[in-house]
Design a binder for this molecule. Structure first.
Ligand code: GCO
Length: 264
């Protein structure tokens, strides 16, 4: 019984932004648990093809679809294609996201809106169209990728924090509206992970790098593979009565006020 709770054989998982980084790590975890992975990106077909080849080399069944998650018409077209060419989507991971690091007083309104569009509006758009079939089938899993910034502010990431704070509440509202259809909507809140998004603030000697290692009780940056367990849990039977919960995978950041840099 216990392993069945985490078995995703026969399931189809769409992971937006799964050509690299945390999306790829979570998708790899879902694939290793048996799911077929729908790989999504919007930068280049080559990146999608390379990612599909990566998943296949890992023994994972993967098919790529290039579409812009902020473009509702493109999302509708892609979901229709996926459902006719691969099958209905059992698991949706809304991972695609951007960040712009600028002090709020200097931030262009267009840049602020773009962050909100990608990080908050697109999970709504994709979920709105994927959930239709989940409601018909009375079954589905939706996972929104939140952030430390769903709970905490930080200098220069105001637009991102507004989006990720909103995504936490959107997750709770999706859970509220769709739980009666046996659809579980939850979130994963990554702490600070070694990815391309954090590369600029992670270089050796960068003050933020030292700050994060000190601010994280586990005293290190997360490895993207550390997210696979939470993704598998929230995608399988093990979470069939878990709704509106954000699972923070953060090495203990949100558990603590922090400590002086000279304290062990
Ligand atoms: C930053 C980082 C964070 C992380 C992550 C933390 O500039 O503070 O990029 O936003 O990416 O979201 O949970």
């Amino acid at each position: 019984m216990s392993l069945e709770l985490f078995n995703l054989n026969g399931k189809i998982a769409l992971v937006t932004g799964s050509t690299h980084g945390l999306g790829m790590a979570m998708a790899k975890g879902l694939g290793k648990a048996g799911a077929t992975i729908i790989v999504n990106g919007n930068s280049s077909q080559q990146k999608i093809d390379d990612a599909v080849n990566f998943y296949k080399a890992e023994g994972i069944n993967a098919i790529g679809y290039k579409f812009n998650v902020t473009d509702e018409a493109a999302v509708i077209e892609a979901i229709n294609a996926i459902e006719s060419e691969v099958g209905t989507i059992d698991i949706l991971v809304n991972n695609a996201g951007i960040i712009k690091r600028t002090p709020l007083e200097d931030m262009e309104v267009a840049d602020f809106k773009q962050v909100i569009d990608v990080d908050l509006v697109s999970p709504f758009i994709v979920s709105k169209h994927v959930v239709k079939d989940m409601i018909k089938r009375k079954e589905g899993k939706i996972i929104n990728i939140c952030s430390m910034m769903s709970e905490l502010g930080r200098n220069t990431v105001g637009a991102y924090a507004a989006a990720k704070g909103g995504l936490k509440m959107l997750t709770q509202n999706m859970a509220t509206e769709w739980a009666k259809h046996n659809i579980q909507v939850n979130g994963i809140g990554p702490g600070y992970f070694a990815t391309s998004q954090t590369a600029p603030i992670r270089v050796d000697g960068h003050p933020f790098n030292d700050f994060i290692v000190n601010r994280t009780p586990a005293a290190k940056w997360g490895d993207p593979d550390d997210l696979a367990g939470a993704a598998i849990f929230l995608s399988g039977k093990a979470s069939d009565f878990v709704n509106g919960h954000i699972v923070y995978v953060d090495g203990g950041i949100l558990a603590t006020i922090g400590k002086p840099s000279n304290e062990d």
